[in-house]
Design a protein around this ligand. Structure first.
Ligand code: XMP
Ligand code: MG
Length: 175
């Protein structure tokens, strides 16, 4: 049995943190050509909120990768399911993620955009599970640290469900 039992991060907490991150990013990239690249599908809700907190025009694009098979643990291998449309050479890239767990996905993506000759590549995530990290990838803009619990909502899913919940909830699975 799967049930969502408890709100871990409220709508207000998310909104406040997104505002702060947007302000920080706006300050850091002022005068630069910035492209936000959302990692689908989980990053889509955060991306939509974050881009509206940035105070100058930015480019946006979307990509979809899979690092998780049927299980909910990272395999360490990523496959690009949908690539971006834009040429990002010479532009400043900010990767926008829902949650950083082991860090493997973002480590791969960072290398990929460096190879594509982006002017810079940084990482922004709304949620992070620091206790699960396997690689030491720097998170330039980190929203909220959470414990090692499986969570859904605010873009995150369990079996493609619950992405539309406005809060982040803890999932409990029992037999
Ligand atoms: P890594 O381990 O490469 O993976 O940092 C990050 C991706 O794993 C997914 N993930 C989760 N998805 N609830 C989810 O719905 C979770 O608790 C969870 N933990 C990791 C997530 O999609 C992220 O992009
Ligand atoms: Mg996911």
């Amino acid at each position: 049995m799967t049930q969502i039992t408890k709100v871990l991060v409220s709508k207000d907490q998310l909104q406040q943190r997104v505002r702060e991150l947007g302000a920080e990013i706006s300050r850091d990239y002022a005068g630069k050509e910035l492209v936000l690249i959302c990692i689908l599908k989980g990053g889509a809700v955060f991306m939509s909120d974050l881009m509206r907190e940035i105070t100058f025009p930015v480019g946006i694009d979307y990509m979809s990768v899979s690092s998780y098979g049927a299980s909910s643990t990272s395999s360490g291998v990523i496959t690009i399911k949908k690539d971006i449309d834009m040429d990002i050479r010479g532009k400043h890239v900010l990767l926008v993620e829902d949650l950083i767990d082991t860090g493997l996905t973002l480590q791969h993506l960072k290398e990929l955009f460096a190879l594509r000759e982006a002017a810079s590549v940084r990482i922004c995530t709304i949620l992070s599970k620091p206790s699960r990290r396997l690689v030491d990838v720097p998170i330039d803009y980190s929203g909220i640290d959470i414990p090692d619990e499986f969570v859904v909502g605010y873009g995150l899913d369990y079996a493609e469900q619950f992405r539309n919940l406005p809060e982040v909830w803890i999932v409990e699975t029992r037999d």
